[in-house]
Write a protein that binds this ligand. Structure first.
Ligand code: PMP
Length: 455
């Protein structure tokens, strides 16, 4: 293309080295604490994956307030990814802080239901148009139980997923496609689970039909838009086709809206009028307190309503189906969830973040045009992002081919040195409930300066 700017790999490498040096030099306290931490935590972190998140050593967080947080060296950051959207409500929303403090004082866990649970189930049923709700501590926990309930209700054992998915740290979905076969994604997983999994490309209804045809698939689980390989939007008609095919072949359909719940009070299900037998949620509906939730159709919920008498059976086998978690459905999670749903994640709040998402998308598109870059912007209400190419990907393979990990690594590092944080590579920016126009403008200014620096 005439006039299209060329990104010089040597300049990108030079800038990356320079930014890395600056990042380390400016964070002596984090470096010292990391050294101390290594004695009793592998890699110096409470969860190993924290070392793999960034191309640099992890830093230690100090505190957060609204859209911003600080590290122990006193640097502040505008959080454009909010801990993989688990803090999309913002840090310390006052309503949630008050509800949690109150619940903590009055007892946080009883292994008994509280009225907040009823309120939350009612609110979620209305928002997500599914009659029954259960609560876990994470989205992983929610998806694990949806899978079990679907297997039980269908009498089948296979699970259909889409390449590029992430549904949590559960055996059934920690699988990948490699050389045309489904395999365990990582070490420590057995091939048995992969043997029960089928995986097809997103937006490929022919492949879906081939996978469902043997009529042995219990559940198809899908994010309405893929959000863990950048963002991949569905083709027009993809979800309608998926619903029709799953219905035709007797397979339950679950929407994993752990990330896409930020799109509207009832996620993309509500926004796009999607039908499903189950929905899995987690992350930000807890207002910053761990929670997961899943919504169920009448059929899937049935076994949980009618526990058969099974003398001697463990308590977590209600209805004969394995469900779990001493702390699942605890009073604290549900008090936090109620406060978040009623006072932060409100219809007005979603309208506001969606408008800010448009400001973000328009701003990005304007910056790329001004820089003569053909990078394409996608819009998903508050989650607006971009692809380093003149077209958006239609599936995970395309998204991987268009990704530029070295460039994105430089972008995150460069931004981190200038008060903008993105915890997940390739996720792209998302507006949080704590942001206003000024924060979006702040991010866009930084992006403008970044482009000027690399071009
Ligand atoms: N589903 C989706 C779509 C996710 O992106 C994630 C986490 N990134 C999960 C489920 C699992 O969430 P958690 O790790 O909080 O259990």
């Amino acid at each position: 293309r005439g006039g299209r700017p060329v990104l010089d790999p040597a300049r990108l490498a030079f800038l990356t080295a320079q930014e890395e040096q600056r990042f380390l030099a400016d964070r002596p306290r984090s470096r010292a604490l990391l050294e101390r931490a290594r004695a009793h935590m592998p890699g110096g972190v409470p969860m190993g994956w924290m070392t793999a998140m960034h191309g640099h050593a992890p830093i230690f967080a100090a505190e957060g307030d609204g859209a911003w947080f600080t590290d122990i060296d006193g640097h502040r950051y505008l959080d454009m990814n909010q801990a993989d959207l688990s803090m999309n409500v913002g840090f310390g929303p006052p309503a949630v802080v008050a509800a949690v403090a109150d619940r903590m004082r009055r007892g946080s866990q009883f292994m008994l239901p509280t009225e907040d649970a009823v309120w939350c189930a009612e609110a979620l049923a209305e928002r997500w148009d599914l009659p029954y709700w259960q609560f876990t501590l994470s989205a992983s926990g929610a998806n694990a139980e949806i899978i079990r309930l679907a297997r039980h209700a269908s009498g089948r054992d296979k699970i259909l997923m889409f390449d590029g998915k992430y549904h949590g740290h559960i055996e059934d979905s920690l699988v990948i496609m490699a050389d045309g076969k489904v395999k365990p994604e990582l070490h420590g997983l057995t091939p048995d689970h992969a043997a029960h999994a089928r995986m097809v490309p997103f937006n490929d209804l022919n492949a879906v039909e081939r996978a469902l045809k043997p009529r042995d698939v219990a559940l198809c689980i899908v994010e309405p838009a893929l959000t863990n390989v950048g963002v991949v939007l569905p083709d027009e008609g993809f979800h309608a086709g998926l619903r029709e095919l799953t219905g035709h072949y007797g397979t339950f359909l679950a929407l994993d809206e752990t990330h896409t719940q930020i799109a509207s009070p009832g996620g993309l299900k509500q926004l796009w009028q999607l039908e499903a037998d189950a929905v899995g949620l987690g992350k930000t509906i807890g207002g910053g307190v761990p929670i997961g939730a899943y919504g169920l159709s009448e059929v899937l919920a049935q076994p949980l309503k009618t526990p058969p008498s099974m003398p001697g059976a463990p308590m977590e086998s209600v209805g004969g189906v394995a469900t779990g978690g001493t702390l699942y459905g605890n009073a604290l999670s549900l008090a936090a969830c109620r406060a978040a749903l009623s006072q932060v994640l409100t219809p007005q709040g979603f309208a506001r973040t969606a408008a800010l998402g448009t400001q973000l998308a328009d701003g990005l598109a304007g910056l790329f045009a001004a820089a003569s870059l053909d990078w394409q912007v996608h819009r998903l209400t508050s989650r607006s992002g971009f692809t380093f190419a003149d077209h958006l990907p239609r599936n995970a393979a395309e998204a991987r081919a268009l990704a530029q990990p070295a460039l994105y690594r430089l972008l995150r590092l460069w931004m981190a040195n200038r008060e903008v944080w993105e915890s997940v590579a390739t996720a792209g920016p998302t507006v949080s409930f704590a942001m206003a126009e000024a924060e979006v403008a702040f991010y866009l200014e930084r992006m403008r300066d970044f482009l000027a620096d690399i071009l």
